[in-house]
Design a protein around this ligand. Structure first.
Ligand code: NAP
Length: 239
């Protein structure tokens, strides 16, 4: 499926995986619209992503903002959701359940809210792609909360693909990817975690945003793939 001139919305497209995906899709000739909460990041992302990428400041936790946004954008072909949370990780015995709720509020609810509200103007036989996390499919200690958030999204992929056909519904489930998502960790801790992940993985490195962007681009462009979850984790789940 040719992505040339396709209109593609990426919510969470101003950083990391979403920004790399915007750049890759724009290079394939698509017209990409990115959204994120911080206007300054939208401007910076547009500056690096080139003329095929436009953007808007939007908070996907806010249903009214999403309705207005989708109405203004009009019909489009593909929706990609790379919105992130961050909270909900840690040992289960001491896991702060309020933080886990915040984790759901920052990732699970905005992703499905954006998916639901985008349906009205999304092309009937276009595609909808969620970005989840390999925590949903691994047995690493300390990730039960994150597994719950991302597993809840992943559990919806097959039933949504069946219910919304001919719309194709898929997900990419990334492992550890070097993006600004990790910037809240002190440099030495972040590097130690990346080194540990690289050692545990099967490919000997952490992922780059382009690795995940490539998997997302495949899901948008392959018209025969639906109800699928691509594990893009360098084999981390196998370690
Ligand atoms: N990096 C990893 O190791 C990793 C691993 C597994 C899964 N993932 C998943 O991959 C996806 C992309 O993560 P990333 O690493 O690329 O993170 P990132 O660099 O932090 O990017 C997150 C993007 O989402 C936007 N965003 C967050 N909340 C939003 C909201 N309520 N409304 C609109 N935009 C919002 C951010 O912009 P603003 O802050 O300006 O809103 C930013 O553009 C996420 O779903 C994440 O959970 C990442």
């Amino acid at each position: 499926m040719n992505l040339d001139q396709q209109r593609i919305i990426i919510l969470g497209g101003t950083s990391g995986v979403g920004l790399a995906t915007a750049q890759m899709l724009a290079q394939a000739g698509a017209q990409v619209i990115i959204g994120g909460r911080q206007a300054e990041k939208v401007q910076q992302a547009m500056a690096v992503a080139g003329s095929n990428v436009t953007g808007e400041a939007i908070d996907a936790t806010d249903a009214e903002q999403l309705r207005t946004f989708f109405k203004r954008v009009g019909t489009f072909d593909h929706l990609v959701l790379t919105l992130s949370g961050g909270k909900g990780g840690g040992a289960f015995a001491s896991l702060d359940l309020n933080e886990l709720r915040e984790g759901f509020a920052a990732k699970f609810w905005p992703q499905i809210q954006a998916a639901q509200l985008g349906l009205e103007t999304l092309r009937r036989d276009g595609s909808l792609t969620f970005v989840t996390a390999i925590s949903a499919r691994s047995s690493m200690p300390g990730v039960a909360g994150l597994a719950a958030i991302n597993g809840a999204l992943e559990a919806m992929i097959a039933p949504l693909a069946a219910e919304l056909k001919p719309l194709r519904v898929n997900a990419v489930s990334p492992g550890v990817i070097a993006t600004p998502w990790w910037d809240n960790l002190p440099e030495n801790q972040r590097q130690a975690l990346f080194d540990q992940s690289a050692t545990t993985s099967a490919v000997g490195r952490v992922g780059q945003p382009e690795d995940v962007a490539h998997a997302i681009t495949f899901l948008l462009s392959n018209g025969f793939t639906t109800g699928s979850i691509i594990e893009c984790d360098g084999g981390l789940r196998l370690g």
